[in-house]
Design a protein. Structure first.
Length: 185
């Protein structure tokens, strides 16, 4: 069980975990003194288990501590993940436009521009490229403008199940009405 605790501690830590930190956590959680030799034995067992080629990660001694890292042969695929994630960062203009679309969908570009007061061509194009919004059809009005709405990726990215999970505007407005020094209820 101690070995599993150590494995869980290292996995949960976002930086390398020193033996002293492991010992303190184990002692506090289990109320038993764990010897440094026992910690070393557990670390060696964990390292041996993850050395198997069937695992994509390994236990590495780094910065006077231990951390799980991906094996070197996995770096090309991990690099692609980082490239994809970096493409998903949103500017302030994108967030504003996305908020308008979220609460008013389906909505045309002209309606978005009327709310924001600026041209949204570039922002809408970037949101389409990043898969945050989709084209949901055409409006019935003159010129049949394109209607935009949220994509499934938007829901996944922001960790919500449906647009019904978005904060309601009335909840947001109430927060802004609190006087300085008052507590929100």
């Amino acid at each position: 069980m101690i070995e599993q605790y150590i494995e869980a501690l290292i996995f949960a830590s976002d930086t390398s975990l020193r033996k002293e930190e492991i010992a303190i956590c184990l002692q506090t959680a289990t109320e038993h003194d764990i010897s440094e030799e026992e910690i070393d034995r557990c670390l060696q067992n964990i390292r041996s288990r993850y050395a198997d080629e069937n695992f994509a990660i390994e236990l590495v001694h780094i910065a006077n501590g231990y951390q799980f890292l991906t094996k070197k042969n996995m770096h090309p695929v991990i690099q692609q993940l980082h490239i994809q994630r970096s493409k998903k960062k949103l500017s302030q203009a994108s967030l504003e436009t996305l908020s308008i679309i979220a609460y008013r969908q389906p909505i045309t570009k002209l309606e978005i521009e009327q709310i924001r007061g600026v041209n949204c061509d570039y922002t809408i194009q970037k949101l389409l490229e990043k898969d945050f919004i989709t084209i949901q059809g055409k409006a019935e009005g003159p010129g049949r403008p394109i209607l935009y709405g949220l994509s499934e990726y938007f829901l996944d990215y922001f960790g919500i199940n449906s647009i019904l999970d978005l904060p309601q505007l009335k909840d947001i407005e109430n927060i802004g009405e609190i006087e300085i020094g008052e507590k929100a209820e």
